[in-house]
Design a protein around this ligand. Structure first.
Ligand SMILES: Nc1ncnc2c1ncn2[C@@H]1O[C@H](COP(=O)(O)OP(=O)(O)OP(=O)(O)O)[C@@H](O)[C@H]1O
Ligand SMILES: CC(C)(CO)[C@@H](O)C(=O)[O-]
Ligand code: BAL
Length: 253
C-alpha cells in the first residue's frame, strides 16, 4: 500500500489509474470504515482511502483536540484490507490559502446537526469538494450512520455536476445495536454500557416525546430527535461525547 503524504505524491500516483474508488475518513478506523472499504475493493480495481481530521468541520476546539487518532494501527488495517493507497495530507496541503473559499448549502445544512454544530456542514462539504477535486474518484463511499452528511454530499454532487457516483453503505452496529463510531473510544466503561440504549430507544414503539424523556431519564443529553423525510435522526451527549444515529421510520414510532 502506498502512503501519499502530499498533493504531488497523490497526483503522480493517480496519473496511470483508471477506475478509482475513494473512501474519505478522519481515521481512528473501525469496522464501519472497513465495511465501506470492503464494498469499494469488491467493486472497483483501485481503492484510495484518505485520513484527514478536517479542522473546519469542528465547531468546538476541544472536540478537535480530543478527536481519536491512531495512524499506525489505521495503516496496518488498511494494508490488511487490500487498499491500494492512503492519502494523509496536512492542513496546509488542503487549505493552502487558509480558509478563503467555502461550499455553503443553505437549507438542509442548517437543520439537525447543522443547527447544533454551527458551520459543521460547510466544513464537511468544502473538504469533500477539495478531496474530490484532488482525487477525481469515479465512486465515493459514505456511511448511512452520518445520514444528513450523506444527503448533503449527494445533493452537492448533483448541484455541481460532479463526475462521481456516491455509494451509500449501511450503518455497522455492535451486537447491542450501538452504531460504531470513532468517538465511542472516548466513552467511559459506564457510558459504553449505557450507549446501546440510544439505538434501542430510537427503534422502540414510543412517540418522539416519550423517546426524548426516556433518553433523558437514562442520563443522555438530547441535542435533537426529529423526523426528516422517512428517517428519524438524533444526536445525544453522554458526558462530553456526542453520538449520532438514525433509523428508517418503519423501524420507529
Ligand atoms: N458505523 C458505521 N457504519 C457505516 N459507516 C460508518 C460508520 N461509522 C462511520 N462511517 C462512515 O465512515 C466515513 C468516515 O467517518 P468518520 O471517519 O467520521 O468516522 P466516524 O466513526 O463517523 O467518526 P465520528 O462519528 O466519531 O466522527 C463516513 O462516511 C461515515 O459515515
Ligand atoms: C466525510 C468526512 C471524511 C469529511 O471530513 C467526515 O465528515 C467523515 O469522516 O464523515
Ligand atoms: N463522521 C462525522 C464527522 C464529524 O463528526 O465531524
Amino acid at each position: 500500500m502506498r502512503v501519499l503524504k502530499d498533493i504531488e505524491a497523490l497526483h503522480s500516483w493517480r496519473r496511470d489509474k483508471q477506475e478509482l474508488g475513494f473512501v474519505p475518513t478522519m481515521g481512528a478506523l473501525h469496522d464501519g470504515h472497513l465495511q465501506l472499504i470492503k464494498k469499494a475493493t469488491q467493486s472497483v480495481d483501485c481503492v484510495l482511502v484518505s485520513i484527514f481530521v478536517n479542522p473546519t468541520q469542528f465547531d468546538q476546539q476541544q472536540d478537535l483536540e480530543t478527536y481519536p487518532q491512531s495512524l499506525k494501527e489505521d495503516l496496518a488495517l488498511l494494508t490488511d484490507a487490500g487498499v491500494d493507497a492512503v492519502f494523509v495530507p496536512h492542513e496546509h496541503h488542503i487549505y493552502p490559502q487558509g480558509h478563503r473559499f467555502d461550499i455553503c448549502e443553505n437549507e438542509l445544512s442548517r437543520l439537525f446537526c447543522g443547527a447544533h454544530r454551527k458551520g459543521h456542514f460547510t466544513g464537511v462539504l468544502t473538504v469533500v469538494m477539495k478531496l474530490f477535486q484532488l482525487v477525481r474518484p469515479d465512486f465515493a463511499y459514505f456511511g448511512e450512520k452520518d445520514y444528513q452528511q450523506l444527503q448533503l454530499i449527494k445533493a452537492m454532487v448533483r448541484d455541481f455536476f460532479l463526475p462521481v457516483k456516491i455509494i451509500a453503505c449501511p450503518t455497522v452496529r455492535n451486537q447491542d445495536g450501538l452504531a460504531l463510531s470513532s468517538r465511542n473510544r472516548r466513552l467511559s466503561p459506564e457510558e459504553l454500557n449505557l450507549a446501546p440504549m440510544f439505538y434501542q430507544t430510537l427503534i422502540d414503539d414510543d412517540d418522539i416525546e416519550s423517546k426524548i424523556s426516556r433518553l433523558q431519564a437514562l442520563g443522555f443529553r438530547v441535542d435533537y430527535l426529529q423526523v426528516y423525510e422517512d428517517h428519524l435522526l438524533a444526536a445525544v451527549y453522554l458526558g462530553d461525547v456526542r453520538l449520532i444515529d438514525n433509523v428508517p421510520l418503519n423501524k420507529s414510532t
